[in-house]
Design a protein around this ligand. Structure first.
Ligand SMILES: C[S@@+](CC[C@H](N)C(=O)[O-])C[C@H]1O[C@@H](n2cnc3c(N)ncnc32)[C@H](O)[C@@H]1O
Length: 184
């Protein structure tokens, strides 16, 4: 039996939301180390404002989910963007949204692990991953990003890299913590 058929049967059989969520996590791409949870659009816009994104920026979202941060960077900030996402379904959805929003010329979605993609063209990197993954990404970011590049993380810190700025964005049900680092 194929993996996807096993997954859909598992999801159908689940009566409780918690069980469904577990089934979704179990169906995630084997290389994915965090489940897909989106950043609300207004919070994504705050992330890009925190990084002071302009039309000359190239925004890389590592683990881009449905592509929203990259799409908002292109639509609202006139920037160029690259989303790197391991899950093929989410990459297909991102590309379809880019087509519908007519920003295909400014965005690109790559279906790969972000550990396997050169991020040196980025001037801004956005993250919503988890502390442990942030820590594992640190050496790569330090090696590949140019001086002056900005990193913005939703929720999770970078260990002993102290953020240059931290803000809290109030939401309907919770407050969102955003942190900014500038590569030196
Ligand atoms: C918490 S979601 C964040 C989605 C999006 N950045 C946002 O803020 O709306 C994390 C995403 O990272 C993806 N992911 C996990 N490990 C990955 C990896 N090694 N390479 C690329 N994407 C990965 C997951 O599939 C998931 O879509």
């Amino acid at each position: 039996m194929t993996r996807s058929r096993t997954c859909s049967r598992r999801a159908r059989a689940s009566g409780l939301m918690g069980v469904v969520l577990l089934a979704v996590a179990a169906c995630a791409h084997p290389q994915s180390e965090v489940p897909y949870v989106w950043t609300p659009d207004d919070v994504a816009a705050h992330m890009l404002r925190l990084a002071e994104v302009t039309p000359s920026d190239v925004v890389y979202d590592l683990g881009s989910g449905d592509g929203r941060i990259v799409l908002i960077a292109a639509r609202q900030f006139d920037a160029r963007g690259v989303g790197i996402e391991i899950e093929p379904r989410l990459v297909a959805e991102s590309r379809e949204s880019a087509r519908k929003l007519k920003v295909e010329d400014r965005v690109q979605f790559i279906q790969k692990s972000f550990f396997d993609v050169d991020v040196s063209p980025a001037t801004v990197v956005t993250l919503y991953l988890g502390r442990e993954l942030n820590l594992r990404l640190r050496p790569k970011l330090q090696r590949e990003l140019r001086k002056g590049s900005r990193i913005v993380s939703h929720e999770f810190d970078m260990g002993d890299w102290k953020p240059d700025k931290m803000i809290t964005v109030p939401g309907k049900d919770k407050a969102y913590r955003l942190m900014l680092w500038t590569v030196r």
